[in-house]
Design a protein around this ligand. Structure first.
Ligand SMILES: C[S@@+](CC[C@H](N)C(=O)[O-])C[C@H]1O[C@@H](n2cnc3c(N)ncnc32)[C@H](O)[C@@H]1O
Length: 465
């Protein structure tokens, strides 16, 4: 097999990051976009000692796991890599990937992984979308094949995977609501008519940078945050009048300024142009006030499912002291607080901790303490002396998992009840293998927060040996 050679392959199974694979005499070939059960042709573009990667050319015989994809931009935009896979097969693939992560990265041979909990809404589930303006439009293969003339000096949409400079101009996106797509299209028309310039990542010029839409799932509040390179009050007056006339559903407009070269929607200042500058959404019995730059779970309804599972696994008691480590904006702490005596949350990002404290106050919850700091440095005996010995421990670390020092401290602390929530089962398995002398993995419940993507949340219930 050489780079460039075309292979005919029977695809065996899903692999990491939404790809699929097949084996040829033990040699693994990954093909993005292929589905287990497909017979395909694919061209090898990368060759390594133990594996190769090939680009899908043609599906000769489609797998029964395939379904029609919904979106015009499927295959180019990186948002939903699995729209062409039946939802039941996506769930099965996620369950399987958690099992394999525990086998391969933790050496757990027979851990019980329950079937992945499905999302009720498999489209339109995100409460936040961050669209980008760009002076560098990326054309889809269909757009190129159409032989039409396109102005590639403007785009409003999502980045091509792995390429922050290029943006696919999207006229539809099924991750947020139909209203959100309609708004994106109207904003495009509005700014093109007025010749407002998009950001140019190479020259660092242009006015328009991002269009961030926050649409609450459980209230009807709707925020538009136009991120621009500078504040232009005249332009904002025009934009305000346009939204008020054509989109009465928009309850607040914010203008965030980002004059730096960093391609982020976080900026140095935010102007509230009209409305309250926040949206409110609910998880469980709590209402959260979400500002333009606040941290909040992007799938409101499934976040509640995740927290319900975590609460059940924690077997909370009214007298419990609960530690919620890596607490973000405190949504888990606040969900659990009414069920226990006290919660201590620890989080690195100061703004998230401030959000957590405000949210506690707004919901009349006073049995939580949020501490800002790096778990690696903070989580030691003197912390425990100060805040008390927890009865139950809940961790929800970032993808990299727990720092070895944190693992060591958990080993020393060894509370009876321990729940590990993770967005990366590989590091979760690795960390739990380190704790295998003390904790047995009773079972694992994967929860699907992000349909049509390979992302998975996995909740492990640990039993002290
Ligand atoms: C997966 S999120 C947890 C989100 C939160 N539990 C929720 O449900 O919204 C991980 C959090 O850990 C925080 N974090 C990352 N590294 C950290 C560290 N070294 N110490 C403390 N917190 C950290 C991140 O800022 C992030 O908010």
């Amino acid at each position: 097999m050489k780079k460039g050679s075309v292979l005919t392959l029977d695809i065996e199974k899903f692999a990491d990051r939404g790809k699929s694979l097949t084996r040829m005499d033990g040699y693994v070939v990954f093909v993005a976009g292929a589905v287990p059960g497909d017979k395909v042709t694919a061209r090898v573009f990368r060759k390594r000692k133990k594996f190769a990667e090939a680009a899908l050319l043609e599906v000769l015989e489609p797998s029964p796991l395939r379904t029609d994809h919904k979106c015009l931009y499927f295959g180019t935009c990186g948002g939903c890599k699995w729209q062409h896979v039946r939802y039941d097969a996506q769930l099965e693939a996620k369950t399987q990937s958690v099992k394999e992560a525990f086998e391969h990265h933790g050496g757990f041979e027979s851990v019980l992984v329950k079937p992945t909990l499905a999302a009720d809404d498999i489209y339109y589930y995100r409460n936040k979308m961050e669209f980008s303006f760009s002076a560098n439009r990326w054309l889809t293969p269909e757009e190129i094949a159409s032989k039409k003339e396109f102005d590639t000096s403007f785009a409003l949409g999502l980045h091509v995977p792995g390429n922050f400079a290029k943006v696919v101009d999207l006229t539809e996106c099924h991750l947020q609501s139909e209203l959100s797509s309609r708004l994106v299209n109207a904003v495009r028309e509005f700014v093109l008519e007025r010749e407002w310039t998009p950001w140019n990542t190479r020259r660092h010029t242009g006015y328009l940078r991002h269009l961030v839409i926050r649409q609450a799932a459980l209230t009807d509040e709707f925020m538009v945050n136009l991120v621009t390179s500078h504040f232009d009050p005249e332009k904002m007056t025009l934009f305000e009048a346009f939204l008020k006339a054509d989109f009465p559903e928009v309850s607040t407009l914010v203008n965030t300024i980002n004059s730096t070269v960093a391609q982020t929607a976080f900026g140095e200042e935010s102007h509230v142009i009209y409305g309250s500058g926040v949206v409110h959404d609910r998880i469980g019995d709590n209402t959260f006030e979400i500002a333009s730059n606040a941290f909040f779970q992007t799938n409101t309804k499934q976040a509640e499912t995740l927290y319900r599972v975590a609460a059940e696994f924690a077997e909370l008691q009214p007298d419990d002291l609960l530690y919620d480590l890596y607490s973000g904006a405190g949504t888990i702490s606040l969900y659990m607080a009414p069920k226990v005596k006290h919660v201590v949350g620890v989080e690195l990002i100061e703004e998230a901790v401030q959000n957590a404290r405000q949210n506690a106050k707004a919901n009349g919850i006073d049995n939580v303490t949020f501490v800002t700091g790096d778990m690696m440095r903070l989580f030691n005996e003197s912390f425990i002396a100060q805040y008390g010995r927890p009865d139950v421990l809940l961790v929800d670390p970032p993808r990299a998992g727990l720092h070895p020092k944190v693992v060591k401290q958990i080993e020393l602390l060894a509370p009876d009840r321990f729940v590990y929530v993770s967005c990366n089962p590989m590091t979760q398995a690795h960390d739990l293998a380190m704790l295998a002398d003390i904790y047995e993995v009773e079972y694992i419940q994967p929860v699907d927060l992000f349909p049509h993507t390979h992302h998975i949340e996995s909740v492990a219930k640990l039993r002290k040996k």
